[in-house]
Design a protein around this ligand. Sequence first.
Ligand code: ADP
Ligand code: MG
Length: 689
Amino acid sequence: MNLYENIQFLKGIGPKRAKALNKLNIKNIADLLTFFPRAHQDRNIILPILSSQFSGHKCIFGKITNAYTKKLSKNLAVFCIDVSDNTGTVTGEFFRKISPYSKYDIFENLRNNLSVGKYVYLYGIQNGIFKFSVEDFEIIDNPQIKPLFFKRLLPVYNLTSGINQKFLLNLMLPVVTEFAKYYPDIVPQNIMPVSEAIYKLHFPNNKQEYELARQTFALQEFFILQLMILIAKNKNGTNYKAQKYQIKKTLLSVFKQNLTFDFTKAQKKAINEIFNDMLSSEVMNRMLMGDVGSGKTVVALSAILLAIENGYQAAIIAPTEILAEQHFLTFGNLLKNLNIKIDLVTSSILKKIKQKDEILNSIATGKTNIIIGTHSVMEDRVKFKNISLVVIDEQHRFGVMQKVSALAKGATPDVLMMTATPIPRGLAMTIYGEIDVSIIDQLPPGRIPIKTTCVTENEAYKKVSAEISKKNQAYIVYPLVDESDKTELKSAVTEAENLSKTVFKNFKVGLLHGKMKPKEKNEVMTKFKNKNFDILISTTVIEVGIDIPDATVMVIEHADRFGLATLHQLRGRVGRSKKQSYCMLVSDSKSKKAKQRLSVMTQTNDGFKIASHDLDMRGPGDFIGTKQHGFPEFKAGNIIKDLKLIELAKEKAAVIIQQDPELKSANNNEIKNFINNNHLNISKIIQVG
Ligand code: ADP
Ligand code: MG
């Protein structure tokens, strides 16, 4: 039985459906089994038709005694079924919009299915005593048959176009029943068998059962991660390093003199901690946390210069090409006259044949001192002469696996990770093991706090116009690139076109989104920086690090769609000069939770406070936020509420690794295969502690 078989070969899934499922990250049977519902709808209780509980959603059951259609207006019709049980009768209604010109019989399907004499379960809202708006139904042949979609906790799955709830449900039930037993079950003495846990995560009988199943699967997820961390730790032995540094100040003093400002106290403290780590004989593994704009770059640069004055190479890796290029420019400026060779390594540059060879050669022979780039730096063809320090910028944007492959080239570089989305230290340690943390908890002096408000679109547009007339610039951010996926949301491409023809027709409007080629993105950013555009309409691709001092307004459309951490990062694109800046959040969400979240943004500019709110407000099963924090994603585990399970996983993993440090014994074959099949590469996992 091969769990990693492509789902396309399952019954009922053709190439089209397979492609749609791929969008949900479901590629093989293992993915499908572990595509757990995001919630369950309680359909256990079937109420008598004439029950007194009229409010809210409910389920009823009865026999169809009458079926007919009524036209309510030119555009609206309703299909009705009278349904009876021994307490009374109710009219189930199915409303549909109609076109006065269409001959198409919109109720044909319903009429054929819901005919008089059949038994039916209905889910919907009671509408007065005798009416019931139907949202879902299931017909059964006789009252003794157990329904599929009623009398149970009904799983509710995340969807994408081409995949609806009914399809997934019909697919899941047989797949889970048939294949869950083949899913690896590797934690000694887990709460219940993993196969049972998988079944109950989809189809639990009650909430308690679900919770135990969730913990079972979560423990296995944490167990795997802890095993990998321990294996990596063992492989690396004690973390002694080859490089030795001395503070020579040949470069560092000149660099400090060149700066137009003094380091803040917090920056000095961070630099001290980093230098101490570097001077010690053990490999540095430090996380530098500091809010957007707190000045992490010059701190990193100080560490880099220490490496270079000692004759080593250093690299800084950024999550996007734009950011890497910006660092390239900034570094060039800050280090001019220091006789330091800096090279940029991105996938676009590696495509330029001639330039590529020159750069790769220069890095391999040690002519290049600082390598700035994207994940391309980690490619095998990039060979260093003597790299001793790797800085990972905006660490939260990388996955665990990527962060580390930089280390997998035989060297033992010191590692400095930087992030603007802080995580509580205890949490970081629980997940990663020992990791040192430095915090920059103050902004450089003279910054004017950004004013953040929740406004209507019109108010936001007015502010944009007002600021542009003061020769400033504006960002307008949308959650989507184009409207193909979800039509109810405004998208960057469509709005760029609309706005440049209407409200902002007198201004120059640029467009930036993730589907553009790196080169195009770059051109747009450069143009914006040179003020060829007044307004930049964009998706979150501008999220990190970009520095445009004259941009003073940030409008975020559908703000409720973004996580707090992302909103804070986006807001950090303005307020980069001595001028007052504004962040305007536009949202038409009625949800109380969404409003509460956005109000946090209007109340504080402090990224640490926002991050802790973010963690507090996150409900179970909401893993989007964890992704922002750079944690590995868990399907059942929740790093906020499962700290105890993580500890337990750690203990259990330690027992295994003590006996079999490299998982060579046949007993541990299943674990090893599981790791390999999931492409979790042990040699590439971060070395911590
Ligand atoms: P982030 O921490 O978000 O990466 P940057 O390193 O990009 O922030 O710094 C933001 C801006 O603040 C840059 O223009 C940088 O030159 C400036 N800056 C950094 N440190 C100081 C300081 N001590 N005083 C004044 N300006 C500073
Ligand atoms: Mg930065």
